[in-house]
Structure formats: C-alpha cells, structure tokens
Design a protein around this ligand. Structure first.
Ligand SMILES: [Zn+2]
Ligand SMILES: [Zn+2]
Length: 257
C-alpha cells in the first residue's frame, strides 16, 4: 500500500499546503480520502494518476475536505485523453448522497451522471466495507454531527485517518495498531478547542493507539511555525512521528501494485 499526503493544510489558504487530501493506492484500488480546496491541483502536482481514481472517501462535510469533489468529477468527465468508463465509488458519512444530489441540482446532472457509473454511499458505523481484498471501517469523531475517521486493513498492512476530530479514547481504540496513522493536529495547546487536536492531545491519542508511524496533518498556521513532531514527543509520545508535507510518499507493507 502506498500513501501520499496530497493536501496537509486546513481551511486557511496556504501557498505550501492544500486543504485535506490523501492518495492511497494498493492492488487495483486508487483511493482519494477527502478532497478539499486545492486537492485536484495537488494530485497533479504530486504526479499522481488522478484519472484512475476508483474510490473517493469523505470524512465530513467541511469545505476544506469536500470542495474539490465536483472539480474532480468534472475533470474525470472532460479532462482525460481517453474517456473514462470505470466506475467511481463515492462514500462518506450518512448524508453523502443528499449532499451530492443538492450539488447536482446546483451544478448540473453531470455530477451524478458524468458519462461513467457513479455510486454514492452513506456509511454506517459498525459496517465493514470491502475495498478489493482490503476492508474499510469507519468510526464517528467528535468534530461535526456526521464526521468519521477511516481505517483500511489490507493483507500487507493498515492505515488509519482521523479526519478532523477532538480528543476521543474510543477513536484511539478504533485506530489501534495501524501501521500508519494520519492524524489531524490543528492547533497549539494554548488554543485547544473541543473539536480539534493539539500536540499533547495527539500524543495521548497515539500513545493509546500505538501506530507504527504517526503522520501529522491538518496543521493551522498558528501551529506550523513550531516543531509539531517535537511538541508531540515532549508531550510524552515515544513512537515515530512525522509532520506531513504536501506530496510526501509513505509505504505501508510491501507494494502490491
Ligand atoms: Zn478540516
Ligand atoms: Zn472539519
């Protein structure tokens, strides 16, 4: 499995960090997790084959996580040298389908009928969703009414993504033992808010979840100037921690495709 942190920023415009987006590829799956403002350009900038995306998975409905969904579908419809025939599976929290339908009313029927099959699913917690021979599971996060974290378990390894979240021991337990845990870390500890994490809260989450590598993303400008990884270590986390950059690649287990 291969992970690229395509967009590591937030809602704040940033010349170095697009809004939230991860690229995950393994076997025949090409997965985009979140697709915030700037994600489509970020996929191209990272040299990723965005036209091959098979799944678009969404953590919640804030604009820094969904804004480029219509742009991606429009690019798949009009921007490929060879017209696409492969289906696109879009999945997110309950409410994903109504959101896409409202967007289609405003933007055009092409959004749900772009010339190739599009499926849209709202995911319910406790279900297990197949991704080839891997599985996707979700867990609610304390951020918005609908927000979820994502976990992919594959034969070669596992990946967790918090989406946006406040502190939650239940979330840490859900993400326990993944090879790579991509976690948000929005704000410095002195600006702690209920619905986001800070370095010390990331340390607590990771100490409980014990990932192979902690990859930190969704960093607000107030925090970026500091050494986020050091802050997490100073708060007591003893595992490997990396501050994500736009376009940075990570390997999980043996590459399978
Ligand atoms: Zn966000
Ligand atoms: Zn959010």
């Amino acid at each position: 499995m291969r992970l690229v942190t395509v967009g590591t920023g937030t809602v704040v415009p940033d010349p170095g960090r697009a809004s939230a987006c991860l690229w995950v590829e393994r076997d025949t799956e090409r997965i985009v997790m979140d697709c915030g403002t700037g994600a489509l350009q970020g996929l191209a900038r990272a040299g990723l084959p965005w036209g091959d995306v098979s799944h678009l998975l969404v953590s919640h409905f804030h604009t820094d996580h969904i804004n480029d969904i219509p742009a991606l579908v429009f690019a798949l419809r009009h921007g490929l040298a060879t017209p696409r025939t492969a289906p696109l599976h879009i999945a997110g929290p309950v409410g994903m389908r109504p959101l896409m339908e409202r967007w289609a009313k405003a933007l055009g029927d092409w959004l749900l009928d772009p010339g190739f099959p599009v499926s849209v699913s709202g995911l319910a917690p406790e279900e297990v969703f197949p991704l080839g021979d891997a599985t996707l599971r979700i867990h609610p996060t304390p951020h918005t009414d609908e927000s979820i974290a994502l976990r992919v378990d594959a034969p070669e390894g596992s990946l967790g993504y918090t989406g946006d979240t406040g502190p939650s021991d239940a979330l840490a337990d859900f993400l326990a033992g993944v090879d790579i845990l991509v976690t948000e870390c929005s704000l410095p500890d002195e600006l702690a808010a209920d619905k986001h994490l800070t370095p010390s809260r990331c340390a607590k989450l990771a100490t409980r979840a014990r990932p192979g590598t902690l990859v930190v993303t969704h960093v607000y400008p107030q925090l970026r100037e500091r050494d986020v990884a050091d802050g997490i270590r100073r708060a007591g986390y003893e595992g490997r921690v990396v501050l994500a950059q736009d376009g940075a690649p990570f390997a999980i287990g043996e590459a399978t495709g």
